[in-house]
Design a protein around this ligand. Structure first.
Ligand code: NGO
Length: 536
C-alpha cells in the first residue's frame, strides 16, 4: 500500500514552517463539547480564506438563513465576507457547502455529517436543525479566536476528516427563572445563544412565581403590570409584552430552540394572588412578596374563577407558543391539600390539552393516589386509571418516589436532579452566589452521572431528556448567570447529546480545560474550577 501525503499538507508544512501557528491535521484531537458520535481523521487541513463562500444546495430560505447565521459567526474575527449563495452540486475548491440530503436514517432529525477535505467543508443533514448543530461543531473546530468580536490574525485551518453525530436525547434543556429576578430580552437572547452553542434545543422559561409575573396576559392585565412590578430583594422587576415574547420565540426558533413557558400553579402564585383578590379563597389579595421562601401560596383550587383564570392564561400562552409543550409547574404546593392538589392538576391538564398543548409538570404532578372520593366537594378519587397523568411529562428534580410514580403512570421523564443539574447550587462552600440545599455541585459532579443509572427503576425508555435549571433567587445580572451556568452547562449538554458509553470525567476535563480561551473570547464569565486543567 502506498501512503500519499496530501499535497496541501506538504505545502502547509513547508510554507508555514516559519509561521507561529502550524495547521492542525488530526481531527480526532479536537476538544469538542458535546463529544460527537464518531470522528475520523485524514491528516490534512482545510483553510478559510478571504475568498471562501458559503454555498447552500438548492432553493431554501431556511438554508439561506442558516448559511447567513454561519457567515455572521465567522465574519467579525476573520474579517472575511463569506457570501452566501445557492448552488446545484458541490461548489468549487475552498468553500463551505451546506446540503440537506434526507437519506441518512442514522442521523435522524438533528444529526449531521461534516466532511472536511483540503478542498471543501461539507455539512450534510436530513433536516435544517442538523445543519445548525453541525455549524456549532464547526465553530469549535476553528481556533478559539474565531469567537472574538474584532478581526484577528488567523490563519483559519480546520483538520480534515469526517464527523458523524446525532443526539442521544431529543430533549436537551436549560431552564431560566426570570420570576425571582427579571432579565431583559437581550439577556434572554444571549442565554439562548449560549445554550444552543452546545446543541441544547429547549429553553424552559419560568415566567411566574411568588415574586413576579413576567408575561403580559391581555385578559388579566394586572398580572404583569402589578404582579410583575417587583422581584427578590425589591426593585422594579419587569415583564415581557406579548410582542417581546414573540420576538424571543422567533429568536429561539431561528436557533432550533423550543421555548417551553412555565406558569407555575397552584403554588408559587403569590404574584398572581396579589394581582387579583378573586383568586384567593378568602377574596383578599396578599402583598407582593420579595423574599425567597417557598411553599406558602396557593390558588383557590375549589373556586370556578380559578379555572376561568387558568383557561385564559393557558389560551394566551398556547397562542404565543409554536412548540408542543406548556409547563404547569406544580412543585412544592405545600399550601394546597393533596386531595385538592390531585384533582386540580388533572383539571389543568385537561385545560392545557384543550388548547392543543402537551403538559409538562414538576415531579409532584405525577401523584395520582388519593384515598378520598367526595364528588360533592369536587374531589374525585377515580383518577387511578392513570390515563390523564400518563400523557403528561414529569420533571424529576428531587423525589425519587414521585419520579417512580411518573414511571408507573407511563409518563416520560425529564431528568433534572437538583444534586447534579441545578445551576443555582453553589460549586463549593466558598461560592458567593447560589444556594446549597441540595448539594454543592462542583463541575465534576454536574458531569459525572448518567440519567439511565441515577435512579433505580428509571430506564432509558422512560427518559425524554435532560435539563439544567437556573433558579435566580440569588442571581441578578447576566454576569452572575454566566458564572453559575458555566462551565457546568457544557457537561450537562454533553450528557444529553453524546453517547453514554465512553464518557468519563478524566477525559472530559481535559477537553473542557481546552475551552478556556474559547469561553474568554465569547466573554463568558465562567467559574474557573480547580478541578479542571484550564489551558489559557
Ligand atoms: C426548587 C423549587 C424552586 C426553587 C429551587 C431552588 C423546584 C422545582 N422548586 O426546585 O422554587 O427556586 O428549588 O433551588
Amino acid at each position: 500500500m502506498t501512503y500519499r501525503i496530501p499535497l496541501l499538507s506538504l505545502l502547509l508544512v513547508i510554507g508555514l514552517a516559519g509561521c507561529k501557528q502550524n495547521p492542525p491535521t488530526d481531527l480526532t484531537k479536537e476538544n469538542l463539547i458535546p463529544k460527537p458520535v464518531s470522528v475520523t481523521a485524514t491528516a490534512s487541513a482545510f483553510e478559510l480564506t478571504k475568498s471562501t463562500g458559503i454555498y447552500i444546495e438548492g432553493e431554501s430560505a431556511e438554508l439561506e438563513f442558516i448559511g447567513q447565521y454561519l457567515a455572521d459567526r465567522l465574519k467579525p474575527s476573520t474579517g472575511f465576507d463569506f457570501p452566501v449563495s445557492q448552488t446545484k452540486g458541490a461548489p468549487k475548491s475552498g468553500n463551505i457547502y451546506l446540503v440537506l440530503s434526507g437519506t441518512d436514517a442514522e442521523l435522524g432529525d438533528e444529526g449531521y455529517e461534516i466532511d472536511i477535505t483540503e478542498d471543501l467543508l461539507t455539512v450534510t443533514a436530513n433536516k435544517p436543525a442538523g445543519l445548525f448543530w453541525g455549524i456549532q461543531t464547526i465553530r469549535q473546530l476553528l481556533p478559539a479566536a474565531i469567537e472574538q468580536n474584532a478581526v484577528q490574525e488567523g490563519p483559519w485551518f480546520i483538520s480534515t476528516g469526517t464527523i458523524r453525530d446525532y443526539p442521544t436525547y431529543p430533549f436537551r434543556a436549560s431552564m431560566l427563572d426570570v420570576a425571582r429576578h427579571f432579565f431583559s430580552v437581550d439577556d434572554v437572547k444571549r442565554y439562548i445563544d449560549l445554550i444552543s452553542m452546545y446543541k441544547m434545543n429547549v429553553l424552559h422559561f419560568s415566567l411566574s412565581n411568588d415574586q413576579g409575573w413576567r408575561i403580559e396576559i391581555k385578559s388579566w392585565p394586572n398580572l404583569a403590570t402589578y404582579g410583575g412590578s417587583t422581584q427578590v430583594g425589591g426593585g422594579k422587576g419587569g415583564y415581557y409584552t406579548q410582542e417581546q415574547y414573540k420576538e424571543l420565540v422567533k429568536y429561539a426558533q431561528d436557533r432550533y430552540v423550543t421555548i417551553i413557558p412555565e406558569i407555575d400553579m397552584p403554588g408559587h402564585t403569590n404574584a398572581a394572588l396579589a394581582s387579583y383578590p378573586e383568586l384567593n379563597c378568602n377574596g383578599k389579595a396578599p402583598e407582593l412578596y420579595t423574599g425567597i421562601k417557598v411553599g406558602f401560596s396557593s390558588l383557590c383550587t375549589t373556586s370556578e374563577i380559578t379555572y376561568k383564570f387558568i383557561d385564559d392564561v393557558v389560551r394566551e400562552m398556547a397562542a404565543l407558543t409554536p412548540g408542543p409543550y406548556l409547563h404547569i409547574g406544580g412543585d412544592e404546593s405545600h399550601a394546597t391539600k393533596l386531595e385538592h392538589y390531585i384533582p386540580f392538576v388533572a383539571k389543568v391538564r385537561d385545560i392545557v390539552k384543550s388548547h392543543g398543548k402537551q403538559v409538562i409538570g414538576w415531579e409532584e404532578t405525577a401523584q395520582i393516589n388519593m384515598n378520598e372520593n367526595r364528588p360533592e366537594e369536587g374531589i374525585r378519587g377515580d383518577l387511578q386509571d392513570k390515563s390523564s397523568a400518563a400523557s403528561a411529562i414529569a420533571q424529576y428534580w428531587s423525589s425519587t418516589k414521585h419520579a417512580l410514580e411518573a414511571v408507573d403512570n407511563g409518563s416520560k421523564l425529564v431528568m433534572s436532579p437538583a444534586k447534579r443539574t441545578y445551576l443555582d447550587m453553589q460549586y463549593d462552600s466558598t461560592t458567593k452566589l447560589g444556594l446549597h440545599w441540595a448539594a454543592y455541585v462542583e463541575v465534576d459532579s454536574a458531569y459525572d452521572w448518567n440519567p439511565t443509572t441515577l435512579v433505580k427503576g428509571i430506564k432509558r425508555e422512560n427518559i425524554l431528556g435532560v435539563e439544567a435549571p437556573l433558579w435566580t433567587e440569588t442571581i441578578a445580572t447576566m454576569d452572575e448567570i454566566e458564572y453559575m451556568v458555566f462551565p457546568r452547562i457544557m457537561g450537562i449538554a454533553e450528557i444529553a447529546w453524546s453517547p453514554e458509553e465512553g464518557r468519563g470525567w478524566e477525559e472530559y476535563k481535559v477537553r473542557l480545560g481546552n475551552h478556556a480561551r474559547r469561553l474568554e473570547a465569547l466573554k463568558i464569565d465562567y467559574y474557573k474550577s480547580k478541578k479542571v486543567p484550564w489551558v489559557e
